[in-house]
Design a protein around this ligand. Structure first.
Ligand code: AMP
Ligand code: ZN
Length: 112
């Protein structure tokens, strides 16, 4: 399932180090290497899927598990337990790693 030259596949395979926050059989949560907020995690399915345009009905449970993981991560936040969940899908909207992932951002005031 691992894709050559995919940085997230390499992290999942343990070939590149990342700061792991949580791991389940289907997901890893890592710290973003270039944080845009005091808390900036990436929720990454272990299955290599390019982006949301590439998912299928078979991925329904996996996609649900991402939202439930976001809720689980929010439990560890100090008040307020509020966060942003962002997914960039396509180069023109800012996707730079073409292995589906969701940015979990918290710990600051967002203006927009
Ligand atoms: P996106 O631009 O939405 O595709 O998000 C990719 C994210 O991956 C960016 O926020 C990067 O800072 C982050 N990133 C890239 N390489 C690594 C890495 N080796 N470890 C952790 N985060 C990374
Ligand atoms: Zn990958």
């Amino acid at each position: 399932m691992e894709h050559q030259d995919c940085i997230f596949c390499k992290i999942i395979a343990g070939q590149i180090l990342a700061e792991k926050i949580k791991e389940t059989p289907d997901l890893i949560v890592i710290k973003d290497i270039s944080p845009q907020a005091p808390i900036h995690y990436l929720i990454v399915p272990k299955k290599h899927i390019k982006n949301l345009q590439s998912v299928s009905d078979l991925d329904q449970e996996l996609l649900g598990s991402i939202l439930l993981m976001a809720k689980e991560l929010s439990v560890d936040l100090s008040n307020p337990q509020e966060f942003r969940l962002i997914s960039n899908n396509g180069a023109s909207v800012g996707q730079s790693v073409f292995h589906i992932h969701f940015h979990f951002l918290a710990g600051k005031q967002f203006s927009e």
